[in-house]
Design a protein around this ligand. Structure first.
Ligand SMILES: CC(C)(COP(=O)(O)OP(=O)(O)OC[C@H]1O[C@@H](n2cnc3c(N)ncnc32)[C@H](O)[C@@H]1OP(=O)(O)O)[C@@H](O)C(=O)NCCC(=O)NCCS
Length: 336
């Protein structure tokens, strides 16, 4: 009879390859200065963002496919090796079919099934939990997990409160079985639906289907009560990151990197301080990409890995907060 590991699975699941992709077009803060009542100084000091990438032509699936191809290439696999594609996104190519199916077709991956996950800015973490459990169960050996968003498709570029925050990008990871001491070691994930009124896109779903009126009222754009979301994000990201560290008996010295969702530099600083980490132990790329929703965490992993900064055996705390509210942290010991 097979024995269970600490997570209740038959084996451990780990990330064994990473990839990312960003469009070439850059929107810097000066661009917003040129037509909105804002300034580079305000944006940098309040958010940490200096520029973001915008995809003019194409959809979320196009970015996802490019990120996935890089991850597959780095692993030395072909698309036919993949058994399951999970796409985490709030900007699917269209409400249905799942963007995972469009990615499957564009990759020409012939041996897999797939589905989408919508958990807003926590999508990648919730997807990582889902994918790793499926590998831990013994059901799957080769999973492609993607976080991709074309935020420019749902941002109102006349709204200075939100337009400056978001960018377009995709990140992808491959998950497979790894030796017991590596991979996804622990997770702590939460939702609180009372937060749904502070960050949402109201139109286009079954509650408010698209009409000329919903378009005229701007209901197909992101709305955010920034201050309210900010206050809760600071608390929950910091607490969940510290909680997963303490629950596993780890001190700041044991953590190689905090890998936070990139929504606001001030939120990342609060989490870092609560964990007692020095600044060099936080992955930050919000200055170059803004908030790319589901792509932020896999993008950081891919960039830091490519720069040789992540080593086998490193303990990473992945942490996020997003609309819903959704939030949490996952402890990963790097497997390769
Ligand atoms: C959005 C956010 C950057 C705004 O920063 P803030 O310090 O909270 O700023 P406030 O919302 O209090 O706004 C302060 C003032 O700046 C103004 N302001 C907002 N955007 C501005 C901009 N781009 N340029 C200049 N002024 C701006 C506001 O209108 C407000 O003016 P008022 O006091 O006259 O009404 C910040 O609240 C935030 O990051 N929120 C959380 C984001 C998050 O974690 N989301 C979840 C994951 S996506």
């Amino acid at each position: 009879m097979q024995t269970q590991n600490k997570r209740g699975g038959l084996r451990h699941a780990g990330i064994t390859a990473v990839g990312h992709w960003t469009p070439d077009e850059v929107l810097d803060n000066k661009y917003f200065e040129s037509y909105l009542d804002t300034s580079d100084e305000w944006i940098v000091t309040r958010t940490g963002i200096r520029e973001r990438r915008i995809l003019r032509n194409g959809a979320t699936s196009d970015m996802a496919v490019n990120a996935a191809k890089l991850a597959l290439e780095r692993r030395g696999w072909t698309p036919n090796d993949i058994q399951l594609i999970i796409c985490c996104t709030v900007t699917p190519d269209m409400p249905f079919p799942p963007t995972a199916c469009i990615i499957q077709d564009k990759l020409d991956a012939k041996n897999c099934w797939g589905f989408d996950i919508n958990a807003a800015c926590s999508g990648f973490l919730f997807g990582l939990e889902t994918a790793s459990r499926l590998v831990e169960s013994g059901g799957y050996d080769r999973v492609l997990l993607i976080g991709a968003d074309k935020m420019s498709a749902i941002v109102n570029y006349q709204d200075r409160n939100t337009s400056i925050l978001f960018g377009d990008a995709a990140g992808a990871v491959i998950l497979e079985p790894v030796p017991e001491e590596y991979g996804i070691l622990d997770s702590h994930l939460k939702v609180d639906g009372t937060g749904r009124e502070f960050l949402y896109m109201k139109g286009g779903g079954s509650l408010n289907p698209a009409t000329a009126e919903t378009v005229a009222k701007g209901m197909h754009y992101i709305y955010q009560d920034g201050k309210t979301v900010f206050k809760r994000a600071v608390v929950e990201m910091a607490e969940s990151s510290a909680h997963i560290m303490e629950r596993n008996g780890l001190t700041a010295d044991d953590i190689s990197f905090l890998v936070p969702h990139q929504a606001n530099l001030r939120i990342l600083d609060a989490a870092r301080e609560r964990m007692g980490l020095s600044k060099d132990k936080v992955m930050i790329n919000i200055d170059r990409y803004g908030n790319t929703t589901d792509a932020t965490i896999p993008m950081c992993l891919s960039e830091w890995w490519a720069d040789g900064k992540i080593k086998k055996g490193d303990n990473l705390v992945l942490s996020s907060f997003g609309a819903g509210y959704t939030w949490g942290a996952i402890l990963v010991r790097w497997a390769y």
